[in-house]
Design a protein around this ligand. Structure first.
Ligand SMILES: [Zn+2]
Length: 202
């Protein structure tokens, strides 16, 4: 059953969505709006031959991609699934590797060159696309957040606070651990330990 809160959120989402085209079509906006030619990702579905193309229509984007990749026009009829509209690229002057991952598209890892995707653990790290294999402990700590704290908390739970710290120092990783993340992980482990002992652990 839908809770009232969920119902209210659902209703407001429905109201907001159809209002958007009206706002962008309002005459007042045309005075300041630049005529931006839309951006598309164009390529072969399942292949890593996609390119960022600026074109007025999907068909035009497809033809531009064919000529850039050297396909004779007649060889490849327009494939709808080979052209994806990427509105978040419209304002970009150049589409960088991380823009592909941020748009939930695949890209080659900046470090090892292998193909990666967000589903496969690929992510943006600064200006780099980094695959799951290349994503390091230092990257995780720099990223911060719940995943980084979990990693530290698991270490502390397994090895104890002092041992875990010693291990990180000797592997050269301690310098990458922000003090606030470490402190958060220590607190989590203390709370977990208390809960476990309170639950009848011998
Ligand atoms: Zn990699």
């Amino acid at each position: 059953m839908l809770s009232r809160r969920a119902f209210v959120i659902g209703t407001s989402a429905l109201v907001v969505a159809p209002a958007l085209p009206t706002i962008s079509a309002a005459p007042a906006v045309t005075a300041t709006a630049r005529a931006i030619t839309p951006m598309w990702a164009v390529g072969t579905p399942g292949e890593f031959d996609w390119q960022a193309i600026r074109a007025a229509t999907p068909e035009e984007a497809w033809r531009a991609w064919l000529s850039e990749t050297g396909w004779p026009d007649d060889d490849r009829p327009f494939e709808k699934s080979g052209v994806q509209r990427i509105p978040q690229w419209d304002d970009l002057e150049t589409v960088r590797p991380t823009d592909w991952i941020d748009a939930d598209m695949g890209h080659c890892c900046s470090r090892c060159g292998y193909e990666t995707h967000r589903d496969a653990g690929g992510r943006s790290v600064g200006d780099e696309v980094v695959c799951e294999d290349c994503f390091s402990f230092a990257d995780l700590m720099a990223e911060g957040g719940g995943d980084a704290i979990d990693e530290l908390a698991n270490k502390i739970a397994d090895e104890g606070e002092d041992e875990a710290r010693e291990g990180l120092i000797s592997s050269g990783n301690w310098e990458h651990v922000p003090p606030d993340l470490w402190q958060a992980a220590v607190v989590i482990c203390r709370v977990d330990a208390r809960d476990t002992s309170g639950a009848g652990h011998e």
